[in-house]
Design a protein around this ligand. Sequence first.
Ligand SMILES: [Mn+2]
Length: 352
Amino acid sequence: MRLEKLRAKLTAEQIDSFLVTDKQNIYYLTGFSGTAATVLLTKTRNIFMTDSRYTEMARSLIKDFEIIETRDPISLLTELSVSEQFKNMAFEETVDYAFFKRLSRSMTKIDLFSTSNFLLELRQVKDSDEIQKIRQACAIADQAFREVLKFIEPGRSEIDVANFLDFKMRALGASGISFETIVASGKRSALPHGVATHKLIEFGDPVTIDFGCYYHHYASDMTRTIFVGEVSDPLAEIYNIVHQANTTLIKQAKAGMTYATFDELPRAVIREAGYAAQFTHGIGHGLGLEVHEIPYFSAAMTQPLLKAGMVVTDEPGIYLPNQGGVRIEDDLLITEKGCEVLTNAPKELIVI
Ligand SMILES: [Mn+2]
């Protein structure tokens, strides 16, 4: 299915041969996640190149591809370009520059050109197997959050909290964290991406926790802000506004909506409450094999439409310098009729 969709694209773009070097894209096409792999699709052949360390694994794992063992994919690509008479070869713009330099020196007779987001565009719409993995990655994060609520108390450091979450997610079946866990407490919570430090959590602190894990290669990404001991009036106010922005989008997001509307609905809630300037980032992003992948949303994107099967984040925030900030982030599966929230950790205002 994935190969068929990709091939239709290659034909439409008159591409003779397509070189795939991005690790996630190779995994997406083949299920192979080793460190050495190069994929080439020609009009008639699917070729997977790896070195001797992985040949056996590749042969047993990968269907629909010829497995060729080589330590020098560029020479092999060059030979293929002659024997298969390519006129052109498309490559991914994320290709390693040193690899590209050697490739372009070796391939002097054909047209080499770059493509962007070719496979990422296909990856935007998830199939049921992918959704199941993301669902589980989200469930693990949910459970870790419920448990960290019992762990957080004055005197623990932000790093203590991050370590607890990271360990817990692995213990619950994650293969690892999907990005460096953010724990930003007190005034530091006004930093949208405050990575955990040795700062100790104090009575009265807001604590913003942004974290996620990988489960069978698929990511989750969730943010909650909680309060320790008590919550000040300004922070309780922005909490309620952010919460309303987050749920406003959940109520309305669905397939067919423009990216601009997706961005605008929650942003309008924050703007009308008077905090437009304190919501300093995009509303969200896609996630899947990578924790951040297309689509990204902005007011200017009036053309692209949300599709059923996309998994995207909904993460409004308000940040008050020298006071603190609040962000609430959920992962949403877009459906024809609406959306399903995949992250289900509690998000009412929590004071522990
Ligand atoms: Mn995110």
